[in-house]
Write a protein that binds this ligand. Structure first.
Ligand SMILES: Cc1cc2nc3c(=O)[nH]c(=O)nc-3n(C[C@H](O)[C@H](O)[C@H](O)COP(=O)(O)OP(=O)(O)OC[C@H]3O[C@@H](n4cnc5c(N)ncnc54)[C@H](O)[C@@H]3O)c2cc1C
Length: 433
């Protein structure tokens, strides 16, 4: 290890800052060494040190991976969070973001510039981690996935080589990092084309499910309005089971990139879906709609995602039947629009034609036997084109097959073999044969 690396950035168990570095949403890790780089060169040094010592490498960004991939048990943990600069490129809408930044920081930095990127819904999620899987955010129907705004990136390979990626430089690797996960190297910088966004209409409408005929009426009414709506409208309908004294509820949240007058028809269509238990709708800065997730519900919580190409009666029934078991929270996330306008083979995120992403969450009680199956989920999978890799709680072969169609897996495997033949970056969903 170089003197610079040791003195400036290395933490061992017991050091101040170690505990923060090893704590992720799935729990606490126990790596032998933590490195906290502040430059691309530091990342290269750390990787060369790991190679020399034969250490397992884990790369940590926002720490939100649900499969526990960044909860390192041993080896070297590279905590990227100090590489978090957000810089506008001259007067262009281009923005360079450090590989350890989080979306909340990016949204706040871009707000005064009248710019924004379509990110996830949570401020503490890492830019690199979310983008490496695709990135589904509040403006997915208007501006596509996060990867669709990515124009270039900088990556350090396992051998410590620094590569620039774009459609013109290392295009295969650039294709792979847009959906193929953290398999290929450490992303030290990401350059995006940001979009002109200031205030948006953001709203939450709550529905009492017991006052409706059933959840199905709410689901079909929501989708009928959302399906072909203006691309500026993206919404998520969550079905919440009765718990801790609260009745079952539907929670509809939406983001409309325009003012209240332009949003009026959508607001009234949503409010007409059923008797409202309350609402909160306002015109406010985009950066303010990203939530912080502290405290995140304690794991273990089974989390599954399915990307549904159609969301007709069969799919709606499957989703509602799973919810009606009373054991899971179900979120239905509207897709389509700009996301669907990109060809399936253009990036490693292939499920472009999905209309809806269904996310099932089962919060397990303390006495749980650890059975993570989500009731009714098989029927949903039967209707699905696959799953969103960033929203799975396992990283095994099954997760790989669900996340990547065969053709995509083969291409990703070839690129993996070329750039990481020693599988140094094993802390990602790998590509099953
Ligand atoms: C509360 C919560 C809300 C979420 N909301 C959304 C959402 O709205 N939209 C959405 O699309 N997803 C969402 N997700 C899923 C999220 O996209 C994934 O969990 C994502 O992998 C998190 O990235 P991270 O950097 O925070 O996590 P980490 O656990 O730090 O990293 C995730 C993966 O990326 C790798 N990685 C991280 N940084 C780098 C880097 N610089 N270079 C190379 N590899 C790296 C890690 O090794 C790991 O494999 C959410 C998850 C949670 C828990």
């Amino acid at each position: 290890m170089t003197a610079r690396l040791r003195e400036a950035m290395v933490l061992e168990p017991g050091d101040e800052g170690y505990s923060d570095a090893v704590t992720t949403v799935t729990g606490t890790g126990t790596p032998d060494v933590v490195v906290r780089p502040i430059s691309t060169g530091d990342v290269a040094d750390a990787l060369l040190y790991a190679k020399q010592e034969g250490m397992l490498v884990t790369v940590r960004g926002g720490g939100h991976n649900l499969a526990g991939l960044t909860q390192a048990r041993n080896g070297l943990l590279i905590d990227m969070r100090r590489l978090n600069a957000v810089e506008r490129v001259g007067k262009t809408p281009r923005v360079r973001i450090g590989g350890g930044a989080t979306w909340g920081r990016v949204a706040k930095a871009l707000e005064p510039e009248g710019l924004a990127l379509t990110a996830g819904d949570t401020a503490d999620v890492g830019v690199a981690g979310l983008t490496l899987g695709g990135g589904i955010g509040w403006m997915v129907r208007e501006y596509g996935l996060a990867v669709d705004s990515l124009v270039a990136a900088e990556l350090v390979t396992a051998e410590g080589k620094i590569l620039q990626l774009s459609e013109d430089e290392n295009p295969e690797l650039f294709w792979a990092v847009r959906g193929g996960g953290g398999n290929f190297g450490v992303l030290t910088g990401l350059e995006f084309e940001a979009h002109p966004v200031t205030n948006v209409v953001f709203g939450t409408v709550m529905f009492a499910l017991d006052l409706l005929t059933d959840a199905r009426a709410l689901v079909s009414g929501w989708f009928a309005h959302q399906k072909d709506a203006d691309r500026r409208l993206t919404s998520v309908l969550a079905l919440l089971p009765a718990m801790q004294g609260s009745p079952a509820m539907g929670m509809l949240q939406f983001c409309f990139d325009g003012d209240e007058t332009a949003a009026a028809e959508h607001i009234s269509a949503f409010k007409a879906l059923g008797p409202s238990m309350g609402e909160d709708i306002s015109y406010r800065p985009y950066a303010s709609i990203l939530v912080t997730d502290d405290p995140f519900p304690a794991p273990p919580a089974a989390q599954q995602s399915s990307l549904l190409p159609d969301f007709g009666v069969a799919e709606q029934t499957a989703a509602c039947k799973a919810f009606e078991t009373g054991e899971i929270m179900m979120a239905l996330r509207a897709l389509g629009g700009a996301m669907a306008a990109v060809p399936a083979e253009a990036t490693a995120f292939a499920a472009r034609h999905a209309q809806v992403m269904v996310i099932g969450t089962r919060l397990l009680s303390g006495e749980s036997d650890g059975d993570q199956n989500i009731p009714g989920w098989r029927r949903i999978q039967d209707c699905a084109a696959g799953a969103y890799v960033n929203w799975l709680d396992t990283a095994d072969d099954k997760a790989s097959r669900l996340s990547y169609p065969q053709q995509t897996r083969r291409r990703l495997s070839r690129i993996k073999a070329e750039y990481d033949p020693r599988n140094v970056f094993s802390r990602a969903v790998q590509f099953a044969e």
